[in-house]
Design a protein around this ligand. Structure first.
Ligand code: HEC
Length: 147
């Protein structure tokens, strides 16, 4: 599925509902939208994993997952456009202090998705590892883990 219309729906829903959201440790606004997108792409990776399994390989599901990953990749700049950091956010302040590096990080992710797409035929067991490295790189550099 396409994430962008969903994001728009979420933003719209937030503007309608004034009561605080309860998921993600009480995140709201831009932070909630971005956390939801992250959670959703994690689900996409799980779906991709089963779609790639030799016993239940599904070309259709693999393609759908890559479409979601590409949509997520192109939505990343907008997801982090607003410097919105309530105390619950794990987004590093350097995202907004060092926009060039963050933009480069997004490119690393998009390249890892394309590199992984090239492995579906031949070495499918490498696909998730390559994408996971792309996710991990940004989390290492721009996510501050809270306990
Ligand atoms: C360009 C940077 C970047 C990329 C790429 C990225 N993330 Fe994230 N991710 C973040 C940041 C920053 C946060 C913290 C957001 C916040 O708390 O506001 C985060 C948070 C998360 C969370 C926690 C969400 C929550 O509810 O608190 C999950 C799950 C996650 N990412 C999964 C992924 C997966 C899976 C991928 C790869 C498919 C990925 N991310 C790619 C930057 C990135």
């Amino acid at each position: 599925m396409n994430i962008l219309p969903k994001l728009a729906t979420i933003v719209f829903a937030i503007s309608l509902v004034s009561s605080p959201a309860t998921s993600h440790g009480g995140a709201d606004g831009a932070t909630l939208v971005r956390m939801d997108a992250m959670t959703e792409i994690q689900t996409t990776l799980k779906k991709l994993k089963s779609a790639l399994s030799p016993a239940a390989f599904s070309q259709t599901d693999v393609e759908a997952a890559f479409e979601d990953l590409r949509t997520f990749g192109s939505a990343l700049p907008a997801l982090f456009d607003e410097n919105h950091m309530p105390h619950v956010s794990e987004a590093s302040p350097t995202i907004w202090q060092n926009k060039k590096d963050f933009a480069a990080e997004i490119e690393i992710f998009n390249s890892s998705v394309e590199a992984a797409a090239g492995k579906v035929v031949g070495t499918p067991q490498q696909v998730l590892r390559i994408i996971g490295k792309g996710c991990q790189s940004c989390h290492t550099n721009f996510r501050v883990k809270k306990n």
